[in-house]
Design a protein around this ligand. Structure first.
Ligand code: FES
Ligand SMILES: [Fe+2]
Length: 359
């Protein structure tokens, strides 16, 4: 499962290496409901998610130390997560606090406790050194939690290495080919600019005075009219992307253009599977359920049924080989994806106390 054979010094025990000291999206907060724990895998580690007696979301190691049953498939009892196999109970700190057998004391054992923050309607998990987890470094997706915006959204576990999914958002030149109903010339003919600022990577596409796709035109109410278009993607390591999509009548000032903000969050499940969470919002047609259904359907089709199967098949054709070992052709649209891959590799090396000579 090692997909990073070219970087043996960086390779962790699983299919990594992964950046551990970073915030990863663990799911939609409202999908973690009281008394319904979840079993998930992040960075190849089993994790149990649940809400404690106060409703606070918690994440602890997902493998019971007794016979290794998935704790996330257990039941809640008075705010304690009980193992589905023989009923040992664990609190939000991962400590075993309940032994239901024969009046015995709970064994002195605990599982990992992962920092977990509920913010912007998302759960953010920290898979590294808990002492380094600073919620101030969670990227800003405040619009997800702002009543001025109404979002449609989804989440799916998709096959393929998460960096292939990151590439997909940073290189929107694929859009004409993969999403013909949604996108017209903007990304292939538009001006492209890629740059890095600190640890963030940016891709920007600008296309003034051209027709949008029929689908987008209908969505923003500009059918038959040429529009200015500006799309900017911001990558936050390791896999959280903001897409700022703006359209307007030609010449409209930037801050008055119609904005559709999106999040694409990719959290590795394993080296070959990725948690893909997405949302796109609007500040018009608020409360219009039919509009939301059409918008959601179009985006879900694009991300989950156009992008994901293609990336899945590309991942399969890579047969577990390292991305760079395959000597990928570099095209002009790759300026964002390549920067992000290099930056992530530098961050992983730094986290492991290594210096890269070739990066
Ligand atoms: S496996 Fe969890 S209590 Fe036995
Ligand atoms: Fe796409």
């Amino acid at each position: 499962m090692n997909t990073h054979a070219a970087m043996p010094n960086l390779t962790g025990p699983g299919g990594g290496p992964y950046l551990r000291n970073a915030w990863y999206v663990a799911g939609w907060a409202d999908e973690l409901v009281a008394d319904e724990p979840q079993a998930k895998v992040f960075l190849e580690e089993p994790v149990a998610l649940f809400r404690d007696a106060d409703g606070v979301a918690k994440a602890i190691g997902g493998r019971c130390p007794h016979r290794f049953a998935p704790l996330g498939r257990g039941r809640m009892a008075d705010g304690i997560l009980t193992c589905p196999y023989h009923g040992l109970g664990f609190d939000g700190s991962g400590t075993c606090v309940l032994n239901p057998h024969q009046g015995e004391a709970p064994p002195k054992v605990s599982v990992a406790a992962y920092p977990l923050v509920e913010r912007y309607r998302l759960l953010w998990i920290w898979m590294g050194d808990a002492a380094k987890a600073d919620p101030a470094t969670i990227p800003d997706f405040a619009w997800l939690d702002d009543p001025r915006w109404e979002a449609v959204r989804g989440s799916v576990v998709a096959e393929g290495h998460f960096e292939l999914y990151v590439d997909n958002i940073l290189d929107l030149s694929h859009a004409n080919f993969v999403h013909p109903a949604l996108v017209a010339n903007s990304f292939t003919l538009g001006e492209r600019k890629f740059w890095q600022d600190g640890e963030k990577v940016f891709s920007r596409y600008t296309r003034p005075d051209d027709y949008l796709s029929e689908g987008i035109s209908a969505m923003v109410g500009t059918t038959g009219r040429k529009q200015d278009f500006i799309g900017e993607v911001v990558w936050h390591a390791p896999g959280n992307l903001y897409f700022d999509f703006r359209v307007a009548d030609p010449g409209t000032p930037y801050d008055q253009m119609t904005l559709l903000p999106s999040i694409h969050a990719f959290t590795p499940e394993t080296a070959g599977t990725t948690h893909y969470l997405w949302a796109t919002a609007r500040d018009f047609a608020l409360g219009d359920a039919e509009f939301s259904a059409i918008m959601r359907g179009a985006l879900e089709f694009a991300f989950e049924h156009e992008d994901a199967p293609l990336i899945r098949d590309a991942h399969r054709l890579m047969k577990g080989q390292d991305f760079w070992d395959l000597r990928p052709l570099v095209l002009s649209g790759d300026g964002g994806g390549i920067r992000a891959r290099r930056q992530l590799r530098r961050m992983i090396a730094a986290e492991q106390g290594r210096v890269l000579e070739d990066n």
